[in-house]
Design a protein around this ligand. Structure first.
Ligand SMILES: [Zn+2]
Length: 145
């Protein structure tokens, strides 16, 4: 993976946070890099009832499906008041969603001890026991390595 494409994906995510939410408040967004180089971004709409809110990843994830293109990398960032921006690794549900794009999708996780550091890992590393491995004839063979 070209690191410049990953950097551009992270930059697009930060750009969305800063352009959509110019106030100095807690806000986040996500960005996904598609196989053809397209970068899609998105953010979760506010909801009165938090139980109906969605992950920031939903918009770029659905956009990739709309375009019929594979996702090759995904990042979610959260800007805190003062501008500190931390990396949020994909939640369990988003890991499940991304799994349809295969075990080699790169996902951004927070560095340790510095959560502002972007560390890219293959999805397989953050979803080591994907349930579909119980169906070896139906799953991408990359999950079985
Ligand atoms: Zn999620």
């Amino acid at each position: 993976m070209d690191p410049h494409r990953l950097d551009a994906t992270a930059a697009a995510c930060k750009d969305l946070i800063n352009s959509r939410f110019p106030d100095d408040e807690d806000r986040g967004a996500a960005a996904m890099l598609l196989a053809d180089g397209t970068i899609l971004t998105g953010t979760a709409p506010d909801a009165v009832n938090p139980s109906v809110e969605a992950c920031h990843e939903i918009e770029p994830y659905a956009g990739a499906f709309r375009l019929g293109r594979p996702v090759v990398a995904s990042i979610c960032l959260h800007r805190q008041p003062g501008g500190r921006t931390i990396v949020l690794s994909p939640c369990g549900v988003c890991r499940e969603r991304l799994a349809v794009h295969g075990p080699h999708v790169l996902v951004a996780v927070a560095g340790r001890p510095d959560p502002t550091e972007i560390v890219w890992k293959p999805l397989k590393d953050v979803l080591p026991d994907y349930w579909m491995t119980a169906f070896p004839d139906e799953v991408d063979p990359g999950w079985l390595d």
